[in-house]
Design a protein around this ligand. Structure first.
Ligand code: SF4
Length: 570
């Protein structure tokens, strides 16, 4: 495999052998190691010394179901620490097939010009992208696929990334005309914008370059892994994740009182039934939309959907739980049609829906519009795309909006907004938000849906649960597997070991895999320490320790002493 080094200052590219220090690493693990080896943790995240890394996981390109996710990472302008955010779509699989362990983008152009990086089977070139300036992600992807072929993968930023807004993300095209895949968290779109990179176009691989050290071992394990997912009552063809998408959990999150409502004022929304996955399915099917679609070929779960309007016209390529929570209930909106329209706008501007939903929630709390007032919210969101001062403020994320507008109730940790689980009544997630080197990010260790016996409202057992899930998340993110595919590999880690050994022949044991996963967290924590981040920066906002959350009147009461010792067992 090779590393593709991309120097934006000299406009040069170079394929180089993978240094031994990176050899056994993929995805998030590679990003963490590369950042600590190659950049100063105190560098300006939007300055010339940061690096943006696109890395498939260790299983990328090998044809393992759900393992085609692409990890994107850099020092985050939002958190000031290490960041990895991954997206579905076709990029991870394609880069793996091309034999590229990572694309590492370094430096900044000498002019203010924008570029497209076009990666082919055996080379890469820069193409001036002035004509794409100011375009949203949909038009950018459409134009580039018209130019380079409908089967190429496009990674791109929208207006938010060009404006260097801290809520900006990176969009990735998926199977067929599937869109709506975003490496959403941490403001990585702003890093890409700071490097003058509007898009990366990756040609379809002419052939699969992955070779197998023990093909039979690999095939046996990967088939069993896929079968376990198919047999799983929640994930298989009759499971809720397939039938109702990720919104299958809306009712349950509302039930436990963790559904962010009106800027995290309540954990249950009186109109939650209108936002349930079951409701969404009925609406979509009655209008001729699609349910159970995939972001990448070969996924046996197929959690995506195509949300359409009353006329049957596509609105957004998938409507997901996190967006429904942050852009829906958190803004007091009860109609999925309204959420879908706002979702489309965020996707097009290249904005994280979690960060933007939380930022809008804080803005509404400050009185910029009323909760539930859809047209006014559209008006605020539109301003981000237009680049007005107010728009740029909201696009900078919840913490910045809170500071500028004088609002103390900001649901964020390490400068990053919380996703769709209030930590007061899902305390395991609270521990993850308050300790993960990734900031408030449920994908770093999501206690909701974890098959465990820990009561989400009690203090006991949460720190152990969070640590366990953070280690598993590091494994998923480093192999390219989808978060939804975690049950079989938690139940039987040997499956993962066999797939890795089948490809690479490293003769790993379960202990080697576990050590590798723990190393990811150790490296990330060390990066953040060197960046100057302290325990105080990781704390859950003070108001959540004092303000009881309806309906359980829960506060976040995990003691600091627990939070400070989560990683003692790492
Ligand atoms: S479960 Fe959903 S998000 Fe995960 S790989 Fe499959 S389609 Fe993509």
């Amino acid at each position: 495999m090779k590393l593709l080094r991309v120097n934006m200052n000299q406009l040069q590219v170079q394929r180089e052998p993978v240094p031994p220090v990176y050899e056994h690493l993929g995805g998030r693990a590679l990003i963490a190691r590369l950042l600590i080896e190659e950049i100063s943790p105190t560098c300006d995240a939007l300055g010339p010394h940061n690096k943006l890394i696109f890395a498939p996981g260790l299983l990328g390109g090998a044809g393992v179901t759900t393992a085609g996710r692409l990890s994107i990472g850099a020092k985050s302008p939002l958190t000031g620490g290490v960041k990895e955010s991954n997206a579905g779509g076709t990029a991870g699989d394609t880069l793996g097939k091309l034999g590229l362990k990572a694309i590492v983008v370094e430096g900044q152009p000498q002019s203010k010009d924008l570029y497209v990086l076009h990666v082919t089977n055996d080379s890469a070139e820069f193409v001036p992208a002035g004509a794409l300036r100011g375009l949203g992600t949909y038009a950018t992807a459409d134009q580039l696929q018209a130019q380079y072929g409908a089967d190429c993968t496009v990674l791109c930023i929208g207006q938010a990334g060009e404006y260097l807004l801290h809520g900006a993300d990176i969009a990735c095209t998926g199977e067929g005309d599937q869109r709506s895949n975003h490496a959403a968290r941490g403001g990585l779109g702003a890093v890409m914008g700071s490097q003058g990179l509007k898009a990366v176009v990756i040609d379809k691989a002419a052939a699969r370059s992955v070779s197998f050290a023990d093909e039979e071992l690999f095939r046996t394990a990967s088939k069993r892994f896929a079968q376990e997912l198919i047999n799983d009552p929640k994930l298989g063809p009759k499971g809720g994740t397939h039938l109702y998408g990720t919104a299958a959990i809306t009712a349950a999150v509302n039930e436990i009182g963790s559904f962010p409502t009106r800027n995290f004022r309540s954990g249950s929304f009186e109109h939650s039934a209108d936002l349930r996955g079951e409701t969404m399915r009925e609406i979509i099917l009655s209008r001729g939309g699609r349910i159970g679609t995939r972001c990448m070929p070969g996924c046996v779960i197929a959690c995506r959907n195509l949300y359409v309007d009353e006329a049957g016209q596509a609105v957004v390529g998938t409507l997901q739980y996190e967006t429904i929570a942050l852009i829906g209930a958190n803004l007091g909106l009860k109609k999925l049609d309204d959420v879908a329209r706002l979702n489309y706008m965020c996707n097009d501007f290249g904005l994280d829906t979690v960060e933007t939903g939380a930022a809008l929630g804080v803005a509404l709390e400050a009185g910029l519009a009323d909760f539930g007032d859809f047209e006014s919210i559209v008006g605020l969101l539109k301003q981000i795309g237009e680049g007005t001062v107010l728009g740029k403020l909201i696009g900078s994320g919840a913490a910045t909006v809170g500071k500028v507008l004088g609002i103390r109730r900001v649901p964020a940790v390490l400068g990053q907004a919380m996703p769709g689980y209030d930590p007061r009544s899902l305390k395991g997630n609270g521990v993850t938000y308050a300790t993960s080197p990734q900031g408030a990010d449920h994908t770093a260790g999501n206690a909701f849906g974890a098959r465990n016996q820990v009561n989400p409202l009690t203090v006991q057992g949460q720190k152990e649960l969070s640590l366990k899930l953070q280690i598993v998340a590091a494994m998923l993110d480093s192999t390219g597997l989808c978060l939804f595919a975690r049950p079989p590999v938690i139940a039987d880690p040997q499956l993962m070991v066999d797939m890795i050994d089948g490809i690479y022949g490293w003769s790993w044991t379960k202990e080697d895999l576990d050590r590798s996963n723990r190393d990811v967290l150790r490296t990330e924590l060390e990066f953040n320490r060197r960046a100057g981040i302290t325990a105080a920066d990781y704390r859950i906002p003070e108001y959540m320790r004092e303000e009881p959350l309806a309906p359980h009147n829960a506060t976040f009461d995990i003691p600091d002493s627990d939070l400070d010792t989560v990683f003692d067992a790492l």
